[in-house]
Design a binder for this molecule. Structure first.
Ligand code: SF4
Length: 339
């Protein structure tokens, strides 16, 4: 996979480097038991993924709950230390940077928006002090400059400046997510990782937040990694999409290719479950029902991790792990059907 991605990088004439690239990235959590808390196994939350996102693009990462997409997002930003593999930010390997250097390279330039921004806000702090925090931590601006910056941020996310002395509990879910976005923007990052950022919101509020994110992307040239279980939302916002299952990427392609010509049986099953308006003369799409449950990432199936649920599984799938290969231009898939 590394070599394929490197080849792709050379082909990409307009870009010299990806904004972010993961190479065979893994994050395993030890399972500890007994009085000595010895590791008796590992949960393979992320198990050797490779992907990239170009500057100014949105990469969607989609999959069922428990597939490892949120762990992947946190590992990109080094909230979790990678077990194996590399994360490159603008071509620089940040996977082993010491904590003292992370602030300048990672924490300032890569920000994260969470599903529940309220959980990461101190309920006793006003909106003003919540937004001041990152500016103070990174020694940006004097008091007057900070006030101006906060007023600018609030205006940019559609807030009335008079809200500045209110507390988080006084805001609705959508407003809190706007605060989360304003806080992420405070340090003028280049990359924002949004982890299920709109999943808890009503559909109409979701649309407002997504529109806001798209406007900000255009205005500031932001790059997004948008993590969600919702294929329709990911389709709307993404340029490229990676489909994850049990810690691995099953398929990674440009949005149009993935949604209009999916290759992997898992992607096909996921897409078959998305309701689409029927067009006259177009045949009804058949829903593919997956049998069984998602296996435990502590004990993933041998061979292809999807073989226990795959409608197209063959004998080889039970023993040989399919390679993650580029089958068409910029369209990668891990499946024996194509190998
Ligand atoms: Fe299905 Fe086999 Fe392809 Fe896995 S490798 S998705 S089990 S056909």
């Amino acid at each position: 996979m590394t070599t394929t991605l490197e080849k792709q990088k050379k082909l990409n004439e307009n870009e010299t480097e990806y904004m972010l690239e993961a190479v065979n990235l893994a994050k395993h959590f030890p399972i500890k038991s007994g009085i000595f808390q010895r590791a008796t196994g590992h949960i393979k939350a992320v198990d050797g993924i490779s992907l990239f996102v170009n500057k100014g693009e949105t990469l969607g990462i989609v999959g069922e709950s428990g597939c490892g997409k949120s762990t992947a997002g946190r590992t990109f930003i080094r909230l979790y230390e990678p077990t194996e593999g590399k994360v490159l930010f603008k071509g620089r390997d940040i996977s082993h940077l010491p904590e003292s250097m992370l602030g300048r390279t990672v924490r300032k330039n890569i920000q994260m928006i969470f599903q529940d921004p309220y959980a990461s806000m101190n309920p006793r702090k006003t909106l003003k002090s919540i937004l001041s925090e990152p500016l103070i931590t990174h020694h940006l601006y004097d008091r007057k400059g900070r006030d101006e910056k906060i007023a600018e941020l609030l205006e940019r996310v559609g807030f009335n400046p008079s809200f500045i002395n209110r507390y988080p509990h006084e805001f609705s879910g959508g407003q809190r997510q706007r605060i989360g976005i304003a806080r992420a923007l405070a340090l003028q990052p280049e990359l924002i990782i949004a982890d299920e950022a709109v999943s808890a919101l009503d559909v109409s509020i979701q649309a407002q937040i997504i529109n806001l994110m798209e406007d900000l992307q255009e205005e500031f040239g932001l790059t997004y990694i948008f993590i969600s279980h919702d294929l329709s939302v990911v389709r709307h916002i993404s340029d490229r999409v990676a489909v994850m299952y049990l810690g691995k990427i099953m398929e990674f392609a440009r949005k149009k290719d993935l949604y209009e010509d999916p290759l992997h049986p898992y992607t096909k099953a996921l897409l078959s479950a998305v309701p689409v308006p029927r067009k006259r003369g177009v045949e009804k799409r058949e829903r593919i029902i997956l049998k069984g449950d998602l296996p435990s990432p502590a004990n993933p199936p041998a061979g292809c991790v999807f073989h226990t649920r795959c409608p197209a599984a063959m004998d080889v799938c039970k023993v040989v792990t399919p390679e993650f290969k580029e089958m068409k231009k910029e369209h990668y898939v891990a499946c024996h059907l194509y190998q």
